[in-house]
Design a protein around this ligand. Structure first.
Ligand SMILES: *Cc1c(COP(=O)(O)O)cnc(C)c1O
Length: 461
């Protein structure tokens, strides 16, 4: 239902966690010690932590109570069955394999489904998703609409698949070289942009005619559903829960990081309607994660996920969750700061190419901007640009993505409106002094997912 009220939260605060306010000197020392990589900062040295919305959620009193209902049996825990039933009821998938995080599910599914030389189309890459596709011998092919790469386009569904790109790939390599198409809901790397249900239906029809299954990266499916409710005429009077159900029903398999939408601090799963994939996944999960009825999770954690899934599809929860993100984005717009439009579901993305136009992409503008925002006022954000994109495995060259962004991600149910004001003020202060900012260069570069552990030093000239 379109929500006419303010985005004010449908909860009140029962417990608080003190956070530290630091001086500028302390922050300059901390960022230097962290190699100018916000991932390497100690959380203690951070005032407002907007590094990620992953695993940083505040659980409800219901979820905390659920922890006490943990059945820590090695096999067949009651909480596993509760989770499996919840996944079937809310997400439609028939078979569940729990994993400790989303990437473990990606690893298992990629290994089972991808053969050497295959092509895996997707609506933009995600770091761990593409890495596991490549490790399994596949090549990722971006089939998202061009608008997704344009930070100024106000397209309401920048997560849509370009069906012509998809058809061209099928014509070029043949459907038998495409083990599946991977569809992310609320596309993270595009700035939290949704895919339309109509687009997903059209993709389903195209895939059916070539027998290509759809894998759903459903990490933020409820946030995507909220945007469908707000923007897709036909779904205006449907609940988030109903829309989530319909999205899932159009796909065959799913990988989930419960650390986002599902309002917990750890967890993930693989879900599938295919019995053969299910059998193989159950075989693999015992090697890498644990028995197929816990897969790296404790019973109590599976219980918290099951409860979190139910809370995540509430219309009021989603209105306040996405409403807070929109509030921050609109504040930044008022300050004239260049951000990706439309404002996404889980965060606001600064356009570092426009923020720091005097830095070329090999001077790592997003990495630089993230470290400057930390120095300003202790707000932690992260790079989503050339550092995250990594190197081409064939040529060894940097991937230079069109989008050079700083991600300001909002944890769910954690910070207040006043915190959002401080964040906007701090970024505005950096914007004032943007012309004095110089770039960064690599001093240590890990081989895989380099953005997590890379170290940098300031460029001096
Ligand atoms: C976080 C995330 C993953 C990986 O999940 P982890 O739980 O961090 O391993 C995969 N896809 C998307 C879109 C994500 O945001």
């Amino acid at each position: 239902m379109p929500n006419k009220r303010s985005w004010a939260e449908p909860w009140k605060i029962k417990m608080v966690e003190p956070i530290k306010m630091t001086t500028k000197e302390e922050r300059l020392t901390a960022i230097k010690e962290a190699g100018y990589n916000t991932f390497l900062l100690k959380s203690e040295d951070v005032y407002i932590d907007l590094l990620t919305d992953s695993g940083t959620n505040a659980m409800s009193d219901r979820q905390w109570a659920g922890l006490m209902l943990g059945d820590e049996a090695y096999a067949g825990s009651r909480n596993f069955y509760h989770l499996a039933e919840t996944v079937m009821e809310y997400y439609t998938y028939k078979n569940l394999v729990p994993t400790h995080q989303g990437r473990a599910a990606e690893h298992i599914l990629s290994t089972i489904m991808i053969k050497d030389g295959d092509f895996v189309p997707g609506n933009m890459y995600f770091t761990t998703t593409r890495l596991h596709q490549e490790l399994a011998g596949g090549t990722f092919v971006d089939v998202i609409v061009d608008e997704a790469h344009d930070t100024e386009s106000e397209h309401p569904f920048k997560g849509n698949v370009d069906l012509i790109k998809m058809q061209n790939l099928i014509d070029e390599v043949g459907a038998d070289k495409i083990p599946y198409v991977c569809i992310a809901t609320s596309v993270n790397m595009a700035g939290g942009q949704p895919i339309a249900l109509q687009n997903l239906k059209d993709l389903r029809a195209l895939c059916d005619s070539y027998d290509i299954p759809i894998v759903h990266d459903m990490t933020r499916v409820a946030e995507n559903a909220y945007f469908i409710q707000q923007r897709e005429e036909e779904y205006r009077n449907k609940t988030v829960r109903e829309i989530v159900h319909e999205i899932c029903s159009l796909t065959d398999h799913a990988t989930m990081s419960s650390k986002k939408d599902a309002l917990v601090n750890i967890g993930g799963f693989l879900a599938t309607n295919d019995e053969d994939v299910f059998m193989k996944a159950k075989n693999m999960v015992v090697m890498y994660e644990g028995l197929h009825t816990y897969g790296g999770m404790s019973g109590r954690d599976m219980e918290a996920v099951a409860i979190g899934i139910k809370e995540s599809v509430s219309d009021n929860h989603m209105a306040s969750r996405v409403g807070q993100v929109q509030y921050l984005g609109n504040k930044l717009i008022e300050y004239g700061i260049p951000i990706v439009m439309p404002i996404g579901s889980h965060g606001v993305f600064l356009d570092a190419k426009k923020f720091l136009p005097h830095l070329s992409q090999d001077m790592l503008p997003s990495q630089t901007l993230a470290s400057e925002i930390y120095i300003e006022n202790g707000v932690r954000t992260m790079e989503r640009g050339v550092v995250s994109a990594g190197r081409n495995k064939e040529t060894g060259e940097h991937y230079f993505p069109k989008l050079e962004l700083v991600r300001i991600t909002i944890p769910r149910r954690v910070y207040t409106q006043a915190h959002m004001d401080v964040v906007a003020e701090s970024i505005a202060a950096v914007y004032e002094r943007r012309n004095e900012i110089k770039g960064l260069k690599f001093v240590y570069e890990p081989e895989y997912l380099r953005f997590f552990q890379a170290r940098f030093s300031p460029i001096t000239n």
